[in-house]
Design a protein around this ligand. Sequence first.
Ligand code: ASP
Ligand code: MG
Length: 416
Amino acid sequence: MALIVHKYGGTSMGSTDRIKNVAKRVAKWHDAGYQIVVVPSAMSGETNRIIGLAKEISADPDPRELDMIASTGEQVSVGLLALALQALGKKAVSYAGWQVPIKTDSSYTKARIASIDDAKVSADLADGKIVIITGFQGVDDLGNITTLGRGGSDTSAVAIAAALKAQECLIYTDVDGVYTTDPRVVSDARRLNTVTFEEMLEMASLGSKVLQIRSVEFAGNYRMPTRVLSSLTDPLMPLAEEIISGTLISFEEDTNMEQATITGIAFNRDEAKLTVFGVPDKPGIAYQILGPIADANIEVDMIIQNQSVDGKTDFTFTVPRGDYNKAMEVLNESVKAHIGAGNIIGDAKVSKVSVVGVGMRSHVGIASQMFRTLSDEGINIQMISTSEIKISVLIDEKYMELAVRALHKAFELEAA
Ligand code: ASP
Ligand code: MG
């Protein structure tokens, strides 16, 4: 019997009425002959609320205790959903991560899944039960409860689907799929029927918030077909329609992709840029600048080092805006201590806009079309970075939405 994993986000689990709707949908799938494992998030707002309580007591809460607290939202969800399914006459059983168990490492608040034991769950499924497992949480080797980072239920669901060799992982959320860009910025953004795993990975890392990036990595590593679809439709809609709705994250060679060179425009508003001027152009400099930044646990994204003039060069890089002040401090110290370079300047009002598409591999001229479009709008490009399937530019944040709209139009991504 085919096994399907369903994941429901916080909005979908947001009230007891919504949970009853989730139960109806799950029961419908079960009635159609599928084995079902459900992985819900905490009810919307709940994780924020309980983390807020911790912060009322401590400005810098002990991460172990924070995970003990943060993980409880999902425990309420699974119990409520089990009750709702039982009320519909289904056999349903809920488990916390440690009961499965879902083993993780011990990095509290951002733990990584190490293994998932399928024995108990498989036995329940064989017994006709619907199994409901908490998203977001796991347990380390010593029995401590861990969480997988905010938005981590997506990762739980895909990892559970992979461990149980499910046919598909369905991520039910408050949007009906993955769009060419954020519909709040471009009103005629179009829903994609399919997106390749690689494109999804780029879009997730470039700022699209539909899925937690690690869940996409799991989907890719285990080749788990994963579909993003709406939980806000009629829970009793015909299964045949539901099965093909949303956006399927696919593996390029398996599907007939939509014929477009560019698949989407991603953006990230919250970037910041730091530049060190007059850096001596000699071995070890990049490491001396970026090593301390990495040691401070700050993620560096784009990097540019200019051609040197008279043995000196400029070195620019970007970091998430939330880390800007810290990065500036670290940079000031390390430059003073080791490099003896000139000025440091920064700009925390920059945004990154990217065009993404596997079609880039087989089409030339995407970069020039992108740059022409931005130039036509009078938008200055501060930095550029590329991969095989994306081109990103850093621009003044004032022009971010304008750039996204212009590029969406230039690459003809709008709905027909
Ligand atoms: N409840 C957790 C959070 O709010 C995990 C999730 O929703 O995916 O981040
Ligand atoms: Mg989420």
